[in-house]
Design a protein. Structure first.
Length: 336
């Protein structure tokens, strides 16, 4: 009886999330898929919200793909577009909100974690592996922007992930530690950031709240870099604005950067044995993240695809630039 009582105490009950049932995406619903809302949980006890896309008239066990990103976005934006499009092409897909964001659970709100957010991908694999309509030997993941790097990090630890696609990726540890283009890669700059962020911790604790870093800058300064203008054109306009998106609104907690300063991602990328496809735009400011990550990967099942003329945000929603034919081919070859 004591043993049974201990088992019962260790059983996890998912949080009941308050999820909208209306279609509130920044893209139209496809007539080729069935859509529904689902939840799953990670091993830290956080319940995550997701949109499930299943091809209409699907039969048998399907190959499945979990999609997340960009960093600071929600599933109603780019990740949902990717998931729905891949479902149109025959895959069962989910697009999920990371822990602490969107409709997912987790307190405090709007905090990022290299560990927990990597785990979010692995938890999505847990969920997909236990669905009756999914072939658990044919599961892949797809990460966009900052979740591209986290997807590769997940592939390094989770051997159940048979194929990984990273689109317009950021290495969030590297950009936090070194600044853009590694221009602040020195100990003094990092120490100044640590001092600022730790002072913010004190203020947050004293105030009983968490100060936000701010989303995409608005209004735009005249001298804003082109990539900042591109972010504004997506997150702050009808094209991609969403009321739950951090980038469209108040942004992440300021202190989220602390953990990325101290926990480098991609340390074991070179040990990934399953297939990886990195996709990046030729004109993207972030292109160096994919190019340098590709140098770490080993084996003949790793690919880097550069899209001519594409910017970073073109790969969020530009259907003329996102290479869905290539992505479909990659998954079909490696999820079999």
């Amino acid at each position: 009886m004591a043993q049974k009582e201990n088992i019962d105490k260790n059983m996890f009950m998912e949080e009941k999330l308050n999820m909208t049932q209306e279609w509130d995406k920044v893209f139209p619903l496809s007539e080729k898929v069935n859509h529904s809302k689902i939840t799953f949980h990670n091993r830290y006890g956080i319940t995550l919200a997701a949109d499930l896309y299943v091809p209409k008239n699907a039969e048998g066990k399907l190959a499945a793909i979990a999609v997340c990103g960009p960093f600071g976005a929600v599933k109603e934006q780019a990740s949902g577009l990717y998931a729905q499009t891949l479902a149109e092409r025959g895959f069962l897909t989910i697009a999920f909100d990371p822990s602490f964001t969107g409709e997912s659970g987790g307190q405090p709100r709007y905090v990022a974690s290299p560990d927990i957010n990597t785990e979010d991908f692995c938890a999505a694999v847990d969920y997909l592996s236990t669905r009756n309509d999914v072939d658990k030997e044919r599961i892949g993941i797809l990460g966009i922007c900052g979740w591209g790097g986290l997807a590769i990090n997940a592939a390094a630890i989770d051997t159940r992930i048979k194929a990984t696609v990273s689109s317009t990726m950021y290495d969030m540890s590297r950009v936090t530690e070194n600044g853009y283009f590694d221009e602040a890669d020195n100990a003094d700059a990092r120490n100044a950031m640590r001092e600022q962020l730790n002072a913010q911790r004190t203020e947050d604790y004293r105030n009983g709240t968490y100060a936000l870093a701010g989303g995409v800058v608005d209004p735009l300064p005249e001298d804003a870099p082109q990539f900042v203008k591109d972010y504004h054109a997506y997150y702050k306009t009808q094209r991609g604005y969403h009321k739950r998106s951090l980038n469209s609104n108040g942004g992440w907690n300021k202190t989220s950067s602390l953990s990325f300063l101290n926990m480098p991602l991609l340390s074991f990328a070179g040990e990934i044995r399953n297939a990886v496809l990195l996709i990046h735009g030729e004109k993207a400011h972030s292109r160096y993240f994919s190019e340098d990550t590709f140098k770490k990967l080993k084996g003949d099942n790793k690919e880097l695809m550069i899209i001519p003329g594409a910017s970073h945000t073109d790969l969020y929603d530009n259907l003329d630039k996102i290479p869905f034919d290539k992505i479909e081919q990659f998954y079909r070859e490696n999820l079999k």
